[in-house]
Design a protein around this ligand. Structure first.
Ligand code: ADP
Ligand code: MG
Length: 510
């Protein structure tokens, strides 16, 4: 920190979304040549702040200064490079073109020089010292970590004065994260100031110079990181002191596992081993991009494992049987993106309930008479409290919560052995949320192993009988029974398993 005037300063920023305050007088100050970590719970306003800096949103109040001069990111191009949380890559363009969108298209005699576009891509990957991806590949074909790396290297195309990274390591395998930290240190040495938004407190120690905590759209804490204990940061994030439970040995009596995964590696992350028994509701939680969703999809057969085995009732499942074989074996998944993947738009509630001919206790689909089907549909609408209770109406007319009940009824009706749900109550109202939780508890007590992949920590605290905190495709920590509280889940998903893992290959301050 050589200068006294901050490179970038934000004062009293206010941003409202439909009346709700995402930023409520937030301030932030970035010194020259520092790596400044910005942390806070989900919804604290970090991404909104970044998007205001990027000129994506206009402000309802406050001001932004660059080298002490007021600036308007909506009106002027600032010397700031961004890696947004949602990456903002263009799926239908190639890797080389996505880089060229930021770095510029090299031209020769007025025409785009494609071989130079490709050479540029290779050079830029070199900055992070990672293996370049074939610049001709379409972004849509990249894996999640490959996209994350592309989003990052693209921002490094020009050495920016200020670099802003919003949770870039969430979906990065550990060795790539370490490469990123090295690239950040080199940029810092070259004079770039960096704002680094992260949920992983561990990785900040040894990387960041200072840390700022946002809570509820406000600035609550800034300090040199070397003088700050991780527990203090968690307390600032939550707004209260937390007493963390000791990790007790899980002495809860458990039945034979229904589903067991062993050394599973998915999307290059892992390995992970865990099991779930009949009657359990197992929460898989973690940071966004932590890999928990891919694990659920792999068990369901929708994603191939890179390595590892999956056992159902003690028998190993064929690794490439696909979804159909898994459903037949009794493993079902309710995808998070309901409108895209679960609800069959344009079809009636009855059709949505009985859409899969493989279901129905081994009874072939064709043996259902329309009248019997209608009767059964009415019963299900009743049992699962679907409103309105008209089996012939189109699913499109139902509220999100009621659509979700239909999709769940479809699987629960099939008496699946393993029910995997992604974000089961995202975007549904509180009444539907309670009914859905009741459905899941009933499915568990009826003998299913229920696996809930959720980033809603309140939901996991309320619902799960056991929770695994997943980080980079591995179990960072495990909680069971009364240990599963909001505070524990927040703390553990921020602190990770042991403080040594994330910093092992990076220098630590004394
Ligand atoms: P963070 O990045 O710290 O998790 P965000 O900045 O994404 O937090 O969100 C802050 C608050 O603003 C949250 O309550 C979020 O729901 C809300 N919010 C963010 N973006 C939008 C948007 N485009 N429209 C409406 N509300 C939003
Ligand atoms: Mg965010």
């Amino acid at each position: 920190m050589t200068t006294t005037v901050p490179v970038l300063e934000a004062k009293d920023l206010t941003k409202r979304f439909f009346g709700a305050l995402a930023l409520d007088g937030a301030s932030f100050s970035l010194a020259g040549g520092e790596i400044h970590a910005l942390i806070g719970e989900n919804g604290a306003g970090k991404s909104t702040f970044i998007k205001v800096l990027a000129g994506v949103y206009d402000l309802d109040g406050g001001e932004i200064l660059l080298d002490g001069e007021p600036v308007d990111p909506r009106q002027q191009a600032l010397p700031i490079a961004f890696v947004h949380q949602d990456l903002a890559l263009v799926d239908d363009l190639s890797v080389g073109e996505n880089i060229a969108l930021v770095a510029g298209y090299p031209r020769r005699r007025g025409l785009i020089d494609w071989s130079a576009v490709m050479a540029q891509a290779k050079r830029i990957y070199g900055i992070m010292q990672v293996e370049p991806i074939d610049p001709n590949r379409l972004v849509v074909t990249l894996s999640t970590p490959e996209k994350a790396i592309l989003g990052i290297v693209r921002a490094l195309a020009h050495t920016p004065r200020v670099l802003v990274l919003d949770e870039p390591t969430a979906s990065l395998p550990e060795h790539d994260a370490v490469n990123l930290f090295e690239a950040m240190r080199r940029l810092k040495a070259a004079g770039t100031s960096i704002i680094y938004v992260s949920h992983r407190l561990n990785e900040l120690f040894g990387l960041a110079d200072r840390v700022t905590v946002f809570r509820d759209g406000r600035h609550v804490h800034t300090a040199p990181i070397a003088e700050t204990a991780p527990e203090r940061l968690v307390a600032e994030m939550l707004g209260r002191a937390v007493e963390l439970a000791r990790q007790r040995p899980a002495n809860v009596a458990r039945r034979e596992p229904v589903i067991a995964v062993e050394d599973l590696v998915v999307e290059r992350r892992g390995p992970i081993s865990f099991s779930a028994s009949a009657g359990e509701i197992l929460g898989l939680v973690g940071l966004r991009g932590g890999g928990q969703e891919a694990i659920g999809r792999c068990i369901f057969g929708a994603k191939r494992a890179d390595a590892g085995r999956i056992h159902l009732d003690g028998r190993e499942l064929a690794p490439d049987g696909g979804i159909a074989a898994r459903i037949e074996a009794g493993i079902v998944l309710l995808a998070g993106d309901r409108t895209q993947e679960s609800a069959f738009s344009g079809m009636s509630l009855t059709e949505n309930l009985f859409v899969n001919p493989r279901l129905g206790h081994g009874t072939p689909w064709r043996l259902y008479s329309p009248a019997a089907e209608r009767r059964r549909a009415r019963q299900l609408l009743e049992t699962f409290d679907v409103r309105p209770r008209n089996e012939t109406s189109l699913i499109d007319w139902l509220s999100g919560g009621n659509q979700q009940k239909i999709c769940m009824a479809r699987w629960l009706e099939a008496k699946a052995r393993v029910v995997i749900l992604e974000e089961p109550t995202a975007g549904v109202d509180i009444g539907a949320k309670l009914s859905i939780h009741a459905m899941l508890r009933r499915a568990a007590s009826d003998g299913a192993a229920v696996i809930v992949v959720s980033s809603d920590l309140d939901e996991v605290a309320a619902l799960a009988t056991r929770a695994l905190i997943i980080d980079r495709g591995r179990v960072a920590s495990e909680l069971s029974g009364a240990e599963i509280t909001m505070d524990e889940l927040v703390a553990r998903s921020s602190l990770g398993a042991s403080r040594s893992t994330a910093t092992a290959s990076t220098e630590r301050r004394p």
